[in-house]
Design a protein. Structure first.
Length: 160
């Protein structure tokens, strides 16, 4: 087994106030509904357990489930850290942050995340697996962004 990882960052100004953006990003049902490939998110205190559909393009059949510990500094920052239950071993994990900053046209939303998966592949497969993971994350990010704007009835403000 080999661990593979991919990172993704994005930044956008959305025409919705920070409290509305916060409300959506801190709602596990909303996040699950907006995120492509996510089947559901179950909540147990400050832990969210993500169950996903099969992820395409990583070279093996993989429908990951993973647990993150959520930490919130309302209304500016949500952090999530891979934190599986004691005694369990998860073959996937995600760490990241949402940072929400007030902006004259709405909210500046900065997202950073790192995804890791443990696959039964050789380390020699890293370039191909990383490329596949990068593609899946980019696609998921685009879908999430569109769904977030729709849910907020907002638009993205071009940055320049």
């Amino acid at each position: 087994m080999t661990w593979f990882s991919a990172k993704r960052t994005s930044s956008a100004v959305v025409t919705a106030d920070r409290e509305r953006v916060w409300a959506v990003l801190s709602d596990p049902d909303a996040v699950a509904a907006m995120t492509p490939l996510v089947r559901r998110i179950e909540v147990d205190g400050d832990h969210w357990r993500w169950s996903m559909d099969e992820v395409p393009g990583v070279g093996v059949s993989l429908a990951p489930a993973f647990t993150v510990r959520m930490e919130a500094d309302e209304p500016t920052r949500i952090a999530f850290t891979h934190d599986p239950p004691a005694g369990s071993r998860e073959r996937a994990g995600v760490d990241g942050t949402y940072v929400l900053t007030e902006h004259p046209e709405g909210t500046l939303l900065d997202i950073e995340l790192e995804v890791r998966v443990d696959l039964p592949l050789s380390k020699l497969a890293k370039p191909a697996v990383k490329a596949a993971m990068d593609g899946v994350l980019a696609s998921m990010g685009r879908g999430f962004g569109r769904a977030l704007l729709t849910r907020l009835d907002a638009r993205e403000v071009p940055q320049g």
